[in-house]
Write a protein that binds this ligand. Structure first.
Ligand SMILES: Nc1ncnc2c1ncn2[C@@H]1O[C@H](COP(=O)(O)OP(=O)(O)OP(=O)(O)O)[C@@H](O)[C@H]1O
Ligand SMILES: N[C@@H](CCO)C(=O)O
Length: 342
């Protein structure tokens, strides 16, 4: 019997105007403990108490980690072996905009890569992650770590949605190579991330469904200008809050999604100077979590955003409760740690 652990960082994405482009790995992890037994017992997956019972399926064909692993394995003509005892310890809240689905997908490809002895490079694993997730921002940040920008090449963006299950297996040679280009960019050590996480879920699929199919040219140019400037100024050793704040503005997604996140318009309107250390606020991924960039005073800023959320009501008519996390950027991406041979 031997053991190994797969550790995958969560991510935030978009960071304002960088819709489906920008991602940032964060020190909040999905940890997958794998015990490889020497017998042919059926492979199983389970979760620690951090994941509410019933919130995820334990069926290997339904669970996002294991079904992603099966998707990769089957494309290479193999499958997950028997004898695996998988225990998942997840610190990332589901459906909150912290890339939980992206980390599960990355965890799944890393699992198949080790369990099936595929030994594929991360560049190839990313192709599979993008086939599953459909957009590169979260999975690139969780797989590679750090502050990343990605584009999908024409092949990837014109592919039909992938289908689950053995009957829909696609051979690996038919899964496009290099579906995206990813670059890691500098993130200023002076800029910390505060996330305020409402206690309700917002499915990314719903948050994407409210976006328009077409945009005015002026809105596209508005975002292009800002995402270009933003990717540079977030690397400045001495951040300029006024420039970063303006570069964080967006006209592609946040405006259309604010009806799904009560309180968001008031939070997005907060400007540098509203509190010491505050730079700007935006949605984290598809929400409902709010991402705040700040240089100091992190807990106090988070508390103020919590108070704003409390002035609004959720679907049940109750004040919106939330919790605050101050998170460091994680630069190393997903890793496999071999435990001692028993
Ligand atoms: N560790 C996990 N194990 C199994 N399934 C998971 C795991 N993490 C996420 N999922 C699946 O992904 C769903 C959440 O994905 P969704 O894209 O809606 O939100 P998110 O990824 O948390 O937020 P965002 O994509 O905006 O960052 C969960 O409801 C669950 O079905
Ligand atoms: N860019 C994606 C991130 C969600 O994971 C979106 O905003 O829908």
């Amino acid at each position: 019997m031997h053991k190994y652990t797969i550790k995958v960082p969560s991510s935030t994405s978009n960071i304002g105007p960088g819709f489906d482009v920008l991602g940032l790995g964060l020190k909040l992890f999905l940890t997958i403990h794998v015990t490889v037994h020497d017998d042919e017992r059926p492979t199983t997956i389970d979760y620690t108490d951090k994941t509410p019972k019933g919130s995820v399926s334990l069926d290997l064909e339904e669970n996002l980690i294991t079904k992603t692993a099966l998707y990769l394995a089957r494309s290479y003509g193999t499958t997950l072996p028997n004898g695996l005892e998988i225990m998942v310890d997840n610190d990332i809240p589901l459906g909150r905009g912290l890339g939980s689905s992206g980390t599960a997908i990355v965890g799944g490809v890393m699992l198949a890569n080790v369990a099936c002895g595929l030994n594929l490079p991360k560049e190839r694993l990313l192709d599979y992650c993008i086939m599953v997730e459909g957009h590169p921002d979260n999975v690139a940040a969780s797989l590679l770590g750090g502050f990343v920008g990605s584009y999908l090449n024409e092949k990837a963006s014109s592919l039909p949605p992938m289908k689950w299950g053995a009957e829909n297996t696609i051979k690996q040679e038919d899964i496009p190579y290099k579906t995206s280009a990813c670059i890691k960019m500098k993130w200023s050590k002076a800029i910390k991330v505060v996330v305020v996480i409402p206690k309700y879920e917002l499915a990314t699929s719903l948050a994407r469904s409210v976006l328009p199919q077409q945009y005015d040219r002026k809105d596209i140019v508005f975002n292009l200008q800002r995402v270009t400037v933003l990717t540079h100024v977030l690397g400045d050793d001495v951040p300029n809050p006024e420039v970063i704040y303006e570069a964080m503005q967006d006209r592609i997604h946040q405006h259309y999604r604010q009806k799904l996140i009560p309180g968001l318009p008031e939070i997005l309107a907060l400007k540098p100077g509203f509190m010491k250390g505050f730079i700007g606020a935006c949605m984290s991924g598809a929400g409902p979590t709010v991402l705040i960039l700040a240089t100091e005073n992190f807990e106090a800023i988070g508390k103020k955003i919590q108070e704003i959320f409390m002035n609004y009501k959720d679907e049940s008519g109750k004040p919106i409760d939330s919790y605050v996390k101050v998170l460091e950027v994680f630069n190393d991406g997903a890793v496999v740690i071999n435990e001692d041979e028993n």
